[in-house]
Design a protein around this ligand. Structure first.
Ligand code: NDP
Ligand code: HSE
Length: 438
């Protein structure tokens, strides 16, 4: 190892700006115990004049990221621009040149993971992306490292800070959706196009990354279910159709709506649980009704929480700030430290099947489960039509909030279809079982 590693940072916005400021605050570089110190070699932005106005030294800035990546004075590349191109080409070039890469770009890793993994493996060059999931929460390294000997059964998570911030403010303060989204954008939590947050795209990208590290398979993020079912078909994606009245109705039944990312492996026997193949995976990112005592329900604001159920460990959880410049910079800087200490890629000891896109199914396809929905009061289903499933209700003026325990999707749809006005559809939110009292 040399005495110092020179780091090129591509992007100086919310996250890149926080990383560059961390370097500028330490003129002698980031000191790494047992490894070379890390020095800032340069910063690429689209518009240097804007970066200079924001206080970044002009001598570090360039608007030519490809030159910075190719420069013999660059040893490590940190990509914090976002999006597909030119990030994909730049990172591939860095890996092919044997320059370690750190990125927070979940879109890129989720959509081009197999190719980037192949490029990194071909040159034995580290590719690290801790910041791509859960902002400042250390989760990928423990998942792929400390838990590498486990067989993962389920990962259930809140992994989008923007939507959690919006849903929390709607439930706690009764604030309107658009108003709160503007706050999340001002705080630097939202993606360049916030549709990626509110439609569940960002959370699906993160779930695909978690699945690679937990199950060894790259999922196609575009096939992860993002639309909850409705009586007549599917509701709009992510949280875009969640209404204030549904949030209030859920609270009246002791529930809260959260955008839950969930991937699980069907393993029915001990022998199946003990094998490491991806098997039959169910994956979704949909608003889910959680009992208020559920730890995910208590995860508020921009915080994220990732729960892993695995054998032999049991259940472990990771929580913390899920977005924002300083928190995400912490994860980026941690990856840089790891590279200076000779750490490998984020998948660590978790072998994978880079070419295998695992088959996916919606989690509610089979089996009875719980549901939450808001219907006009004459449309409340009777328990007979639901095969005797338990029904709890709360009156909401002209509407009724309903929780059904233990019924198939088809049974719930059939019980509601005739009672609803033909022009009206109703979102059927999957609900989690209430945990038995301890
Ligand atoms: P910003 O939009 O705040 O910053 C993007 C930066 O990249 C800007 O400095 C921009 O320059 C520069 N840039 C964009 N395109 C180019 C290009 N073609 N050439 C040179 N420079 C370019 O984004 P964020 O910091 O919020 O996000 C960066 C990445 O981190 C994304 O992948 C995002 O998903 C991810 N991320 C973000 C988190 C957050 O909380 N914000 C948390 C976790 C991950 P200019 O300003 O001149 O246009
Ligand atoms: N837009 C993302 C979020 C940023 O809100 O979670 C962190 O990945």
């Amino acid at each position: 190892m040399p005495d110092a590693l020179r780091v090129a940072v591509l992007g100086a916005g919310t996250v890149g700006g926080a990383v560059v400021r961390a370097f500028l605050a330490r003129p002698d570089g980031l000191v790494v115990d047992g490894g070379p110190r890390l020095l800032l070699a340069g910063v690429a932005v689209r518009d240097p004049s804007r970066a200079i106005a924001a206080g970044f030294p002009h001598e570090l800035l360039t608007d030519a990221p490809a030159h910075l990546v190719a420069s013999p004075d660059t040893d490590v590349v940190v990509e914090l621009m976002g999006g597909d191109e030119p990030a994909r080409t730049l990172l591939t070039a860095a890996l092919e040149a044997g320059k370690p890469v750190v990125t927070a770009n979940k879109h890129l890793i989720a959509h081009h993971g197999p190719a980037l993994e192949a490029a990194a493996r071909a040159t034995s060059t580290p590719l690290r992306f801790e910041a791509a999931v859960g902002g400042g929460i250390p989760v990928l390294r423990p998942l792929a490292g400390d838990l590498a000997a486990n067989c993962v059964e389920r990962i259930r998570a809140i992994v989008n800070g923007t939507t959690n911030y919006i849903l929390t403010a709607m439930a706690r303060d009764g604030r309107g959706y658009g108003d709160v989204l503007a706050d999340a954008q001002a705080a630097g939590y939202a993606e360049a196009d916030p549709a990626a947050d509110v439609e569940g795209v960002d959370a699906a990208n993160k779930l695909a990354i978690l699945a690679r590290l937990g199950f060894g398979a790259w999922l196609d993020p575009d096939r992860i279910v993002r639309r909850p079912p409705s009586v007549r078909g599917e509701a709009p994606a992510g949280i875009t159709a969640v209404t204030d009245r549904e949030v209030t109705g859920a609270a009246a039944l002791g529930l809260t709506l959260k955008l839950v990312a969930d991937v699980s492996r069907s393993a029915e026997t001990d022998a199946e649980r003990a094998t490491d193949t991806p098997g039959d995976l169910a994956a979704s990112v949909v608003p889910t009704a959680l009992p208020l005592e559920d730890p995910l329900a208590r995860t508020s604001g921009v915080r994220n929480r990732i729960e892993v159920r695995a054998a032999p460990v049991g259940s472990v959880a990771f929580s913390g700030p899920g977005a924002g410049g300083p928190a995400t910079a912490s994860a980026v800087l941690g990856d840089l430290h790891a590279i200076a200490r000779g750490g490998g890629s984020s998948w660590a000891g978790r072998t994978g099947w880079p070419d295998a896109a695992a088959p996916l199914r919606p989690p509610w396809e089979s089996a009875d489960r719980d549901w939450f929905f808001l219907v006009p009061s004459p449309a409340v289903p009777d328990t007979g039509a639901l095969g005797g499933a338990a029904v709890a209700t709360a009156s909401m003026g002209d509407d009724i909030a309903v929780r059904v325990t233990g019924a198939s999707l088809e049974r719930v749809r059939a019980a509601l279809r005739d009672g609803l006005p033909p022009e009206r559809d109703v979102t059927l939110y999957p609900a989690e079982h209430r945990r038995p009292a301890a």
